[in-house]
Design a protein around this ligand. Structure first.
Ligand SMILES: Nc1ncnc2c1ncn2[C@@H]1O[C@H](COP(=O)(O)OP(=O)(O)OP(=O)(O)O)[C@@H](O)[C@H]1O
Length: 225
């Protein structure tokens, strides 16, 4: 059986206004069902790359395809879930968890995900008053409401204690059984444990590697000796 590409990035370049190019001639593909990690130092363009994939930003040149369709004309956004960095959305989410779900989809459509992640007890609580782990779980659930085939996550473990990290990791493992997962993370252990392949940004040349090759790459990436 032929494995299909969930994402295809070809000769992608991007820069903010008149800055130097942040992403320069980047090409890679993510296969359907793959767990794909994106690593790189602060400021190397990981969040920017996710935002380009989601069509929030326009490339300087190059192309991005989702499920074989150009992102500029892609309409099946219910197939793609996005979990932004928790700290980026915290202030915008002023309502209760239940209100957040209701704003996204009718009750009968979100019931499965609330039950699946055991969120019933959180529905009446203000999002901003939840613990970091609970907030992350809700963000994950919000991104899953349409039962997407692919999910993109930006730093899902940042700021969580070890128990919450383990909990979120186990949910992601479960989710990835039936979906393509693309995750940006600074947690090398997490990426190493889960990713089939890893894209390292912020080196002289961006490189795509298998998880087993990561140790040598990290020494180069973070200038370790
Ligand atoms: N809206 C913007 N306008 C101008 N420059 C930006 C904008 N957003 C990000 N940048 C710059 O682009 C660079 C890459 O930012 P980005 O957030 O993509 O990096 P990152 O690899 O995700 O970083 P981190 O690991 O710290 O989250 C940084 O130098 C940042 O200051």
């Amino acid at each position: 059986m032929q494995v299909k590409e969930a994402l295809k990035v070809k000769n992608l370049s991007f820069r903010y206004r008149r800055d130097e190019p942040l992403i320069d001639d980047l090409s890679f593909s993510v296969l359907e069902g793959e767990f794909f990690g994106i690593l790189g130092p602060n400021g190397s363009g990981k969040t920017t790359l996710l935002r380009l994939i989601l069509g929030f930003l326009k490339p300087l040149s190059g192309s991005i395809e989702l499920f074989g369709e150009d992102v500029r004309t892609f309409k099946r956004w219910n197939k793609v879930g996005y979990v932004p960095q928790r700290f980026h959305v915290e202030k915008a989410f002023t309502g209760t968890v239940g209100e957040l779900f209701r704003a996204l989809a009718p009750k009968e459509k979100v019931g499965w995900i609330i039950a699946y992640l055991h969120l019933e007890d959180l529905l009446k609580k203000q999002f901003t008053k939840l613990s970091g782990g609970q907030q992350q779980k809700v963000l994950l659930a919000l991104a899953l409401t349409t039962n997407p085939d692919m999910i993109l996550l930006d730093e899902p473990l940042t700021g969580l204690d070890i128990h919450a990290q383990e909990h979120i990791e186990s949910i992601l493992k479960e989710i990835s059984r039936k979906r393509t997962v693309i995750v940006v993370s600074h947690d090398v252990g997490f990426v190493l444990r889960n990713a089939d392949r890893i894209l390292c940004l912020g080196m002289q040349e961006c490189r795509l590697i298998k998880a087993q090759e990561l140790e040598g790459m990290l020494k180069e990436l973070y200038r370790l000796h």
